[in-house]
Design a protein around this ligand. Sequence first.
Ligand SMILES: Cc1cc2nc3c(=O)[nH]c(=O)nc-3n(C[C@H](O)[C@H](O)[C@H](O)COP(=O)(O)OP(=O)(O)OC[C@H]3O[C@@H](n4cnc5c(N)ncnc54)[C@H](O)[C@@H]3O)c2cc1C
Length: 401
Amino acid sequence: MDCYNTDVVICGGGISGLIMAKSLINLGLKVTCIEKNQLQNQKVKSNDLRSTALLHPAIDFFKEVGIWQNFENYAQPLNSLVICNLNQKSGEIDSNCEFLAEDLGIDTLGYNLPNKIIINELQKLMMATKNFLYLEGDYVEHIKPRSFDVVIKTNKKIQVTSKLIIAADGRYSNIREILKIKKIKYDYNQKALVFNIKHAYKHDSKSYEIYKSEGPCTLVPLKTKQLNGYFSSVVLMIDNNKNNDKIFVDKERLSEFITQRTGNILGDCTVQSEVSNFSIISQASLALSSERMILLAEAAHVLPPIGAQGLNTSIHDIKILYYLVEKRLKNNEEIGTFEFVKEYENLRKKQISSRMLSVHLLNKLSISKNQIVSDIRKFGLSFLSNNQISKKIAMKFGMFQ
Ligand SMILES: Cc1cc2nc3c(=O)[nH]c(=O)nc-3n(C[C@H](O)[C@H](O)[C@H](O)COP(=O)(O)OP(=O)(O)OC[C@H]3O[C@@H](n4cnc5c(N)ncnc54)[C@H](O)[C@@H]3O)c2cc1C
């Protein structure tokens, strides 16, 4: 049996797991990451068509831990978010509210990056990083916490001893299952279709969230060489039972559909990629810690893709944990103790719950086909647009400030 000694074990080498690993290595720790997939397969999987709008606080953290320079050249600035309501009858946009970066005194709300680039760049960076051990194609089968450390055994019969285990193994977290931590899940009976489009009008670095019953349709600008200014990613939320509808399979029909669904806001749209789909759920782990173990990112919370809250909430988990470890190390204190994991849980639990509740309510509000709810959407947006104080409060919450 191969045996390793390390400071921290991270289960899951996705975006969150790798950013966590880099942050802890910066603090002088040795990190072992256990990833279920082989790197080769991950590259295939990283044909992930999604892009991630990373908000200002996440970018600041990327700069702090020295990973922003790896993404900068691919990043599309997002200068404003325009939330619109599409009139059910006329099919035209009947109200909107624009949230500008300058309203908060900042240059950009954030940047949009293709997931494929984020994961590929992180993998390249980590493979060249000292004190990082990557065990791929493997997963944890057994966890034994002891007084001063924790021992795990993997499917490939590898044993790793560490001070702390971090579960960043996604929504189906194996670590959460092994430790019998319960979760609550809400299924919206919704799918998000994800694809890229070119459009007739320039996006001017604006992102759009266009509401209509069945959920929002989001357009987020993407940086490209050939079509720069005229290329965006789309997240279109639809009812589950419409998933087999031919419109969503035929690119020409989908192009026409998306032009109408977006109220023609960027002119004629043409689909430029394959279409992938994701089930929309909210899911929360009932605990964020256990003996010498911490849960973060989608292992802890899954949110519907509204207002770019998912990964941005995960970056917040990572940041809080990073500062806690930094504080302990400065004071020559141990990490992974009962007090340590509880401090993380106490700092994150309320914040995660309030964010999940807000996104859940927003999604319920967006799904409703009820005319009264549609009117609430319309008048709510007009109210926000005309009320600077409320608008600023909403912006600050959305931006994790
Ligand atoms: C359509 C859509 C659009 C989105 N857009 C945005 C956005 O604009 N902004 C935003 O902030 N968020 C967005 N999100 C959310 C964001 O994509 C997710 O939060 C993020 O991808 C989750 O990353 P993660 O690292 O937590 O999980 P994953 O990406 O699921 O990574 C988990 C990793 O763990 C590995 N793994 C799984 N099981 C095991 C195991 N047993 N042992 C070891 N390894 C294991 C997996 O192979 C994977 O590599 C969006 C989500 C969707 C669905």
